[in-house]
Structures are given as structure tokens and as C-alpha cells.
Design a protein around this ligand. Structure first.
Ligand code: SF4
Length: 333
């Protein structure tokens, strides 16, 4: 066995290390590197180094609050909060007291942002009210994660106190979801235009997705200059129609996190992965999402009692990998 890595991989990594981004065919080449090879660890090391240089070793934690549970009629195949999945028969809107208590807890424990997620059929006005309420009560930047929005709705989010919006064009958009890719991209443009930060993840990755589809979304995130855009794998909730495809492993996810990190180059302020795990913290990821309330990956109405990780647990994982969650956020400067 040679101790050297292949010269082709070396040349791509040299370019990636400079932060200028790599080409599409280079990203495809890196995604196909077999796991457990020197090349894949060299890839992860390059992405890790780039993130540490650029993010100053900051470990970011954006606290997800799923503000409502509903049998959502939009029926995205990968989501547990759908009418079709039949897991949640009744809608639950978590009370203001509960949301406030989660937000205060997140602030106390040093979360860097509050990501307020709604189902696709949740009242937009209600989201604005919750935003206004939290803006007065806590000092943590707010990020909305909701349906497609118009220009006026984007401005209303900004007026209500939101600093950013998470909005992903999902893998399988238009086939695994009934939503139109063009409409999702229009929303990203609205977010950018009104002056909200656009936050993104290539998601929800499963073994059935082609490298071409995955790389396409990585470059879309670079093109529209996402504040962050890493990788989230699909979690197959109990009874998920996607169960037949299986799930990718955390190590496969780490390889993708590294490739997406080199694609993003100097564009982002952080690099995310979900759900929280350590492998990607060695591959360029520095941003986790602790979670409470509704989650499209969980069969529990409150993911705090299910799959969700606490802020403290996310901090502990980051500290074990020598990231520093106590530093100020890079995302909202
Ligand atoms: S992903 Fe969002 S829009 Fe799609 S079914 Fe789940 S809650 Fe509804």
C-alpha cells in the first residue's frame, strides 16, 4: 500500500484549501472517494483546517424550536409530521409559556440562535407574533423556518425581529414533496432581497440520492451565498415510506460535509451538520442544532423527549473535538 495520496486528490485538495471553491467535477470526484482511505481522511482534514482558519474555532449551536405539531397536509415523504404518516392525529401549538421557557433555557445555556420551525400549514401571522414576543424577551438572534414566502412576508419577518430564515431546496423537491423547486428558489431570493440571512443545508440525504443531485444543491448554496450550508441526513422515522432506502452513516455524512465545505470556500460563516455527531466535527462542520418541540424526524411530539439533543450535549461534543462553543457567533455579525 502506498503511503501517499493520489496526485489527483492532492491537487483538488490544494485548491480547496485556498478557499476559492472547487469545480463541480472535482466535487463529484471527491464524493466518490471510498471511505477508510487516506484520501478520504485527507479530504476531511483539509475541510477541517479551512473551517478552523475561517471560523476561529467557534462551535455554533442554533437551537431549533418546533413551535407546532400538525398532521401536515403537504405530505413530504421524509417527514413524520404528515397527515399520511398518521403519527400525529391532532395539532398541538406549543404555548407561549412553553416556547418562552425553551428560549430562556437556550439563552441561559449559550445558544447562538433560535430557529423557529413551523409545519407548512401553520399561521404565518402567528409565527410573527411568536417572533415579536421572543424578540422582547430574549437576546438571541431569531431564525424562521417556515413555508415559502412573498416579498411582503419577508419584510414582515424582518420587522418582527427575525435576523435570518432557514430555507432548503430539498433533495427530491417536486417528487418527494409536492412543492416546486423554482418556488423554493424564489423564496431564497426573497430572503436575500429583504436583508434576512439565508441559512441552508443540503438535506435530507439518503442512499438513493445521486452525487449529481447532491452536488447540484451544494453549488446552489454557494451561488446564493448561504450563511451556512452543510449536510443533514434523512432519518427514517418509524413507519417512514423511505425506510426501504435505508439511511447513510455518519461517516458517509462526514465525507459529504467535507466536500460541501470545500465547495462553499470562503462564502459561509459556519458549516452545519444534523443530527449532531462527532465525525463531521473533524470534517469541517462546526454548527449543530440542539432541538426541542416538533421535529420532522421524530415520532415524539416534543423531540426533547425523543431524538433531540440538548444544548449542553451539543456543547460537550464540540468541546471533546476542540471546538469552542463559548466564543461569540460568527453568523450574525
Ligand atoms: S416538511 Fe414541512 S411542509 Fe413538508 S410535510 Fe413536513 S411539516 Fe409539512
Amino acid at each position: 500500500m502506498s503511503w501517499k495520496i493520489s496526485s489527483k486528490v492532492e491537487a483538488i485538495l490544494e485548491r480547496g484549501a485556498e478557499g476559492e471553491s472547487i469545480e463541480r467535477d472535482q466535487a463529484l470526484y471527491l464524493l466518490a472517494i471510498p471511505l477508510h482511505t487516506r484520501e478520504v481522511y485527507a479530504l476531511m482534514e483539509t475541510a477541517n483546517r479551512l473551517s478552523r482558519q475561517q471560523f476561529g474555532e467557534k462551535g455554533e449551536n442554533h437551537f431549533h424550536i418546533g413551535v407546532n405539531v400538525a398532521p401536515c397536509p403537504i405530505n413530504c415523504l421524509f417527514c413524520s409530521l404528515t397527515l399520511k404518516a398518521g403519527i400525529f392525529k391532532e395539532s398541538i401549538d406549543f404555548s407561549e409559556e412553553q416556547i418562552l421557557s425553551w428560549a430562556r433555557h437556550a439563552q441561559e445555556h449559550g445558544a447562538d440562535a433560535l430557529n423557529l420551525m413551523t409545519t407548512g400549514n401553520f399561521s404565518f401571522q402567528r409565527l410573527l407574533e411568536i417572533g415579536r414576543m421572543l424578540k422582547k424577551a430574549v437576546n438571541v438572534p431569531l431564525v424562521a423556518n417556515t413555508r415559502d414566502i412573498t416579498h411582503d412576508e419577508g419584510e414582515a419577518l424582518l420587522d418582527a425581529g427575525f435576523a435570518g430564515a432557514y430555507h432548503a431546496i430539498r433533495l427530491g423537491e417536486g417528487s418527494d414533496t409536492p412543492l416546486k423547486r423554482e418556488k423554493r428558489i424564489q423564496t431564497v431570493q426573497v430572503i436575500k432581497k429583504v436583508g434576512l440571512l439565508w441559512m441552508n443545508c443540503v438535506e435530507p440525504v439518503g442512499p438513493e440520492h445521486s452525487h449529481e443531485e447532491i452536488v447540484d444543491l451544494m453549488f446552489l448554496a454557494r451561488h446564493y451565498k448561504a450563511t451556512y450550508s452543510g449536510i443533514m441526513r434523512r432519518i427514517n422515522f418509524p413507519g417512514s415510506p423511505m425506510t426501504r432506502y435505508g439511511m447513510i452513516s455518519e461517516l458517509e455524512m462526514a465525507r459529504m460535509v467535507a466536500v460541501s465545505r470545500l465547495v462553499m470556500g470562503t462564502v459561509p460563516q459556519a458549516h452545519c451538520t444534523h443530527e449532531p455527531h462527532t465525525a463531521s466535527l473533524l470534517a469541517g462542520a462546526n454548527l449543530f442544532f440542539p432541538e426541542v418541540g416538533a421535529s420532522p424526524r421524530d415520532g415524539e411530539a416534543d423531540t426533547e423527549k425523543g431524538r433531540g439533543h440538548s444544548v449542553q450535549r451539543c456543547h460537550a461534543m464540540q468541546k471533546e473535538m476542540e471546538w469552542k462553543p463559548e466564543l461569540p457567533s460568527n453568523c450574525f455579525e
